[in-house]
Design a protein around this ligand. Structure first.
Ligand code: FAD
Length: 285
C-alpha cells in the first residue's frame, strides 16, 4: 500500500524505522529485530540505506521480507550522492520487482573520504527521476531546525519546495526534541505553499552516547527539560531507557493532540522500545 493513501485516511499513524546491517554477519539478528517490530502491525516500516550504497542489497532484502512476508507497507530509503545513475536504476528495478511501492529519496551525507559520484547533487534530482520512472510513492527528508549545510532556514525551505515540486508525496522530519520547533516549521512551510503531509520523526533516546552523537551530527536542540533527564539518569542505562521512552511518548501525545497525525519512530532496531511506545498509545491510536 502507498503511504500517501495511508496518510490520506486522516487518522494518527505510528510507523517504525530499522537500519540494515553493515556486514552479512549481523544480517540475521537485524532481520529478526525487524520482524519483531513488524509483528506490532505498524502503519508502515522504513528501512534505511547505508551511506555509500554498498549495503543497498540488505535494504532491499529486509524491505522485501517486511513487505511481502509480513504484509507491512514498507518504505525503502535510497540515497544518491555516492551512486551512479546505473546503480539507482538497478535498485529501482529490484524494488519494483518486489512490489515495494514507497521510496524515501535522499541525497545522503557527503562522505568524508568515500566516493562522490557526479550523477546527482541533490535529492530533488533523484526524486524527479524516480517520479519519471515508475509508479512509486515518494517521500523526502525535511529539517525543522534547518539542514546542517544550509546557510539559513528560508533557503532550506526553498529547496524543500523544489523537492515537493519534483514529486514528493510526503516528507519526514529529522528528529527534534521540542515540539514547538515543529509547530513553527509547519507554519512556515505551509505559508510557503508546501501542502504535502509531514510525518514527525521521533527518536526515543535510550542511551547517553546516542545523544552526544546526535548533537554532533545534526546540531539538534536539546531543551533543558530533556538535558535534566540526561543529567539525572544518564549513568543508569535502565532508568535512561525508561525516561527516554517516556519523553518520546509525551512528545507524541502532544503532537497528535495538536493535529500532527503521522508519527515515525526512529526505533533503532529495538523491538522492545517500539512495543513500549505502542503500548503507551493503545487508546490514542
Ligand atoms: P537534499 O534535500 O538534497 O539537501 C541537502 C542540502 O542541500 C540542504 O542543505 C539543502 O538545503 C541543500 N540544497 C538542496 N537543493 C539545493 C540546490 N538546488 N542548490 C543549493 N543547495 C541545495 N542518510 C542515509 O545515508 N541513509 C538513510 O537512509 C537516511 N535516511 C534519512 C531519513 C530522514 C527522515 C532524514 C531526515 C535523513 C535521512 N538521512 C539518511 C540523512 C540525509 O541523507 C542527510 O541529512 C543528507 O545530508 C541530506 O539529504 P537530503 O535528502 O535531505 O538532501
Amino acid at each position: 500500500m502507498k503511504i500517501k493513501d495511508i496518510l490520506a485516511q486522516g487518522k494518527p499513524t505510528l510507523s517504525f524505522e530499522v537500519f540494515p546491517p553493515k556486514t552479512m554477519d549481523n544480517y540475521e539478528s537485524v532481520e529478526q529485530a525487524a520482524k519483531e517490530i513488524a509483528k506490532l502491525h505498524p502503519a508502515f516500516m522504513s528501512v534505511t540505506y547505508g551511506a555509500g550504497g554498498g549495503t543497498s542489497q540488505y535494504t532491499v532484502d529486509i524491505a522485501d521480507t517486511l513487505n511481502n512476508e509480513y504484509q507491512v507497507p514498507t518504505l525503502a530509503h535510497l540515497t544518491c550522492v555516492s551512486s551512479t545513475r546505473e546503480h539507482v536504476r538497478r535498485v529501482l528495478e529490484q524494488l519494483e520487482e518486489k512490489k515495494i511501492e514507497n521510496i524515501l529519496a535522499l541525497r545522503g551525507d557527503i562522505p568524508r573520504e568515500g566516493k562522490v559520484e557526479k550523477d546527482y547533487q541533490y535529492a530533488s534530482q533523484l526524486i524527479y527521476e524516480i517520479k519519471q520512472k515508475g509508479d512509486f510513492c515518494i517521500g523526502g527528508a525535511c529539517y525543522p531546525e534547518g539542514h546542517v549545510e544550509s546557510s539559513n532556514k528560508t533557503e532550506d525551505i526553498t529547496h524543500l519546495k523544489e523537492k515537493v515540486e519534483a514529486g514528493c508525496d510526503f516528507v519526514t522530519t529529522q528528529m527534534f526534541f521540542d515540539n514547538n520547533i515543529l509547530y513553527n516549521y509547519l507554519y512556515r512551510i505551509r505559508e510557503r505553499g508546501i501542502t504535502v503531509p509531514v510525518i514527525a520523526g521521533i527518536m526515543p533516546v535510550t542511551n547517553v552516547s546516542q545523544i552526544k552523537r546526535i548533537c554532533q551530527m545534526s546540531g539538534t536542540y536539546l531543551p533543558s527539560r530533556f538535558k535534566a533527564i540526561v543529567d539525572r539518569f544518564g549513568h543508569n542505562p535502565a532508568a535512561m531507557r525508561q525516561a527516554g521512552i517516556a519523553y518520546a511518548t509525551e512528545q507524541i501525545i502532544d503532537l497528535i493532540a495538536n493535529g500532527v497525525n503521522g508519527i515515525h519512530i526512529y526505533s533503532m532496531n529495538k523491538p522492545e522500545v517500539a512495543r513500549r511506545i505502542q503500548d503507551s498509545l493503545s487508546e490514542i491510536l
